[in-house]
Design a protein around this ligand. Structure first.
Ligand code: SAH
Ligand code: SF4
Ligand code: F3S
Length: 435
C-alpha cells in the first residue's frame, strides 16, 4: 500500500469531504497515515474562513517543500476552500504543489492523482460546477460509532463577512433517499450516531422540494438501529416550528441546537445581512425552550465587525446574559477580500477587537460555568468516546446535549451508552462517576 497523509483544516464539512477523499484513495492503493514524513501523497484539505486558517496552511505548505526536495516522487495536492479561492495562484506561489482541486471536485480526486502518478505535471481544477454532488464516492469514516453525513452543499446566505458562499457555491440538497441510505449503511457498519451536515441545514430541500429538513430529520430518526441524531448548522432565519416539533417528538434527535447568532444588536445584524433581528431571535429561543425545555443552545459570535461601537458591544453582552448559551465559539472578525464587509468603512482597531474578545469570552465562560453547576448530581446518558488526551485512566464521552464528560475508566468500551452522575461540573467539561 502507498501512504497518504490528509491534513484537515476548518469545519465538519471538510472532515466529511476528507473521509470521501480517503475512501477514493483506498480504491487506488493508498492507506491513510498520521505522519507526513514517509508519505507518498500529501493532501491538505484547507479552510479560508479567517486569515488565521490560511496562515496555518501556508505554514504547512512551506514545511512540505523540504519533504518534496527529499522525495521528488511525493505527490502534493491542495483541496478545500483555499484551493477554491486561490486556484492556480497557489502553484504560482508554491510550485512544489502538484495539484489544486476545488470544493466541488472531491469526486475527481482519484483521476487527478492517477494522472499525476502517470505523467507528473501540474493540474488545477477549480470549476465551481453547481450541479455535481459527490454522491457515489466511497467514504472511509474516521470514527467507529459517530458518522458525518452531509445533507447539502454550499450556501445562499451571503452574510457580508463570510467567504463560504464564494468557495462552496450555491445550496444543493442531496436527495432524501440518498441521505437515508447513507445513514442506513452507516448503521449497518456499526455506527450509532450521525451528524447531518450543511452550512444551513434548515434550508434543506428548498431546491428539490422533495422533503424539508423537518421531514428529513424524522426519516433519519426512524432508521432502525440509530441511537443519536445530531445536525449542524442551523441558521436562525430558517429554523421552523415544524423542525422544533420534530426534535421535541423525536426519539433519537439530540436536544442540542447550534444556533449561531453572530451578534447581539440589530444594527450589526443588519450590516451582517443575517436577516433576523434580536427580537425575532429571542422569540425563536423562547419557542425552542418552551417545546424542548432541556435543550442546550450553542452559538458563534464575531467581535470587531466594521462599525461596531462600545454601545453595540454592550448590547451584545446584555444579549448574552439574557439568552445564556451553554457555550459559544467566539471569533475576531477577519477581513475576507471579495466580501462586502471587507470594504466597509470603520474597520475596528486590532487592539479593540482583542479586548472585546477577552471580555466576551470571560462573560461566556462565567455563564457556561453557571449553567453546568446546575447539572451537579444529575445522572446523564453518556456515549463513550475513549481515553482522554492527558490521562489514559480517564475516559471521555458526550451527553445528548453535546457536553463532554470525564470519568474514571473501568470496563467501558468505545461506543457504549452509560449513565454518569455529575460530581464536578466545570466550564468546559463535566466530571462524574458511573452509576
Ligand atoms: N454556516 C455556518 C458556519 C459558517 S463558518 C453558519 O452560518 O453559522 C463558521 C463561523 O465562522 C461562522 O458562524 C462565523 O461566526 C465565523 N466566521 C465566518 N466568517 C468570518 C470572518 N470573516 N471573520 C470571523 N469569523 C467568521
Ligand atoms: Fe457564511 Fe452566513 Fe453561509 Fe454561514 S450562513 S456559511 S456564516 S454566508
Ligand atoms: Fe472553512 Fe470552508 Fe468550512 S472556509 S469553515 S472549511 S466551508
Amino acid at each position: 500500500m502507498k501512504k497518504a497523509f490528509i491534513g484537515v483544516y476548518g469545519c465538519q464539512m471538510n472532515i466529511s469531504d476528507a473521509e470521501r477523499m480517503e475512501g477514493q484513495l483506498k480504491t487506488i492503493g493508498y492507506e491513510r497515515v498520521e505522519e507526513m514524513e514517509g508519505a507518498d501523497l500529501i493532501l491538505l484539505n484547507t479552510c479560508c474562513v479567517r486569515e488565521t486558517a490560511e496562515d496555518k496552511v501556508y505554514g504547512k505548505i512551506g514545511e512540505i517543500k523540504h519533504l518534496k526536495r527529499a522525495n521528488p516522487d511525493l505527490i502534493f495536492g491542495i483541496t478545500g476552500c483555499m484551493a477554491q479561492k486561490e486556484s492556480d495562484g497557489l502553484i504560482k506561489r508554491a510550485p512544489h504543489i502538484d495539484f489544486v482541486l476545488g470544493t466541488n471536485k472531491v469526486h475527481e480526486l482519484t483521476h487527478v492523482v492517477q494522472e499525476i502518478e502517470r505523467e507528473r505535471g501540474h493540474i488545477v481544477d477549480t470549476q465551481l460546477g453547481e450541479t455535481e454532488l459527490p454522491d457515489d464516492v466511497p467514504v472511509a469514516r474516521g470514527g467507529k460509532f459517530s458518522a458525518w453525513v452531509p445533507i447539502m452543499y454550499g450556501c445562499n446566505n451571503f452574510c457580508t463577512y463570510c467567504i463560504v458562499p464564494y468557495v462552496r457555491g450555491r445550496e444543493r440538497s442531496r436527495l432524501p433517499e440518498d441521505v437515508v441510505n447513507e445513514v442506513r449503511e452507516a448503521v449497518a457498519q456499526g455506527y450509532t450516531e450521525v451528524t447531518l451536515l450543511g452550512q444551513n441545514v434548515n434550508s434543506y430541500g428548498k431546491d428539490h422540494k422533495l422533503a424539508d429538513f423537518a421531514d428529513l430529520l424524522k426519516m433519519v430518526d426512524e432508521v432502525p438501529g440509530i441511537k443519536r441524531v445530531r445536525f449542524m448548522t442551523s441558521h436562525p432565519k430558517d429554523l421552523s416550528d415544524k423542525v422544533i416539533a420534530v426534535i421535541r417528538d423525536g426519539k433519537h434527535i439530540c436536544e442540542h441546537i447550534h444556533l449561531p447568532v453572530q451578534y447581539g444588536s440589530n444594527k450589526i445584524l443588519k450590516a451582517m445581512n443575517r436577516v433576523y433581528t434580536v427580537e425575532s431571535y429571542k422569540d425563536l429561543v423562547r419557542r425552542i425552550r418552551q417545546e424542548i425545555p432541556n435543550a442546550a443552545l450553542t452559538t458563534d459570535l464575531i467581535v470587531g465587525f466594521p462599525g461596531e461601537t462600545d454601545e453595540d458591544f454592550a448590547e451584545m453582552l446584555a444579549f448574552l446574559k439574557e439568552i445564556r448559551y451553554d457555550s459559544a465559539y467566539t471569533f475576531i472578525y477577519s477581513k475576507r477580500s471579495g466580501t462586502p464587509a471587507a470594504t466597509m468603512e470603520n474597520q475596528v482597531d486590532d487592539k479593540v477587537k482583542h479586548e472585546r474578545l477577552e471580555q466576551l469570552m470571560a462573560l461566556q465562560n462565567e455563564i457556561s460555568f453557571e449553567i453546568n453547576q446546575g447539572l451537579k448530581d444529575k445522572v446523564l446518558e453518556v456515549m463513550v468516546e475513549g481515553p482522554s488526551k492527558n490521562d489514559a485512566a480517564i475516559w471521555n464521552g458526550r451527553t445528548r446535549t453535546n457536553k463532554i464528560v470525564l470519568f474514571e475508566h473501568k470496563d467501558e468500551q468505545e461506543g457504549d451508552f452509560i449513565n454518569i452522575k455529575i460530581t464536578h461540573p466545570q466550564t468546559w467539561v463535566l466530571k462524574g462517576e458511573r452509576v
